[in-house]
Design a protein around this ligand. Structure first.
Ligand SMILES: [Zn+2]
Length: 270
């Protein structure tokens, strides 16, 4: 476990704890948890990342997971300066809460960002053309993966409105309706679907937030390191926490209503 203070100049903004590697008896997924809510003039925000990354070199999907969870962490700290605990940090709408973390994942697919830390044994940074090929490979079968996600979302919603007599048959039916991939017989996938407790009926937010995340990303154009856009993103999206409706935050940042256009382009492999 490592603990860091988050500072801007001489100002302390909060504290983060990184518990990144597995040990016996530990939570075995990856998530960000608030430790202390940030309340103006009373307490600084503190949050924890619990992950289970391999020691030594990370796989790229672990890097993506790290950036995703770090997105929640940054949101919780920068948005953690509010009058009321109810609206501090990531205490925003569920329809929106995954958008900042999904947006930050994109930095793990950017050659310039990766070159800053992803090096081989000789200390050479990852080549940009390799990153380009990784992006192409990632886009392969993307729509199929989205249909699987829609199967999860349908299952999460239907099990909250229906009480099917035969769970296995009903759940297999939801997946069959969403995706061309036939569910394996007798897999009882709902029994291992952890988000059913916690996210409840709201698993759909992963796709809904992604629509917003793709739209937010479009404001950065080709330069993920554009300081003006990043500063505006921090002020308009992250710092308000849950004090304003997410739709209003997105509109102030983009200067327009959010649309499906960027998500549609991403689905098409852009
Ligand atoms: Zn998340």
């Amino acid at each position: 476990m490592r603990t860091y203070d988050v500072v801007r100049g001489a100002e302390r903004l909060g504290r983060i704890h990184l518990d990144l590697h597995p040990r016996d008896g530990k939570y075995n997924h990856a998530a960000c948890f608030g430790l202390a809510p940030g309340i103006t003039d009373r307490s600084l925000p503190e949050s924890v990342l619990l992950c289970n990354f391999s020691r030594g070199l990370l796989e790229h999907d672990e890097v993506v997971t790290f950036f995703h969870e770090f997105g929640h962490l940054v949101h919780d700290i920068l948005g953690g300066h509010q009058t009321w605990a109810r609206w501090t940090g990531v205490a925003t709408e569920w329809d929106f809460v995954e958008a900042p973390s999904q947006l930050l994942e994109e930095w793990a697919w950017d050659a310039e960002a990766l070159a800053a830390f992803a090096v081989n044994d000789e200390g050479e940074p990852i080549p940009a053309d390799l990153v380009a090929r990784m992006r192409t490979a990632d886009a392969f079968g993307r729509a199929l993966e989205v249909t699987r996600q829609l199967g999860h979302a349908t299952t999460s919603y239907r099990l909250h409105v229906d009480r099917p007599a035969d769970l296995a048959e009903a759940v297999d039916g939801y997946y069959r309706a969403a995706s061309p991939v036939t569910p394996l017989d007798g897999s009882h996938s709902y029994a291992g679907f952890g988000h059913l407790t916690g996210y409840g009926a709201c698993y759909y937010t992963y796709q809904w937030s992604l629509v917003i995340a793709r739209d937010l990303l479009s404001a950065f154009g080709d330069d993920l390191f554009d300081v003006d856009t990043a500063t505006r993103y921090r002020r308009e999206i992250l710092e308000p926490g849950g004090t304003r409706d997410a739709r209003d935050l997105v509109q102030s940042f983009l200067g327009r209503e959010s649309t499906f256009d960027a998500y549609r382009a991403w689905l098409a492999g852009a």
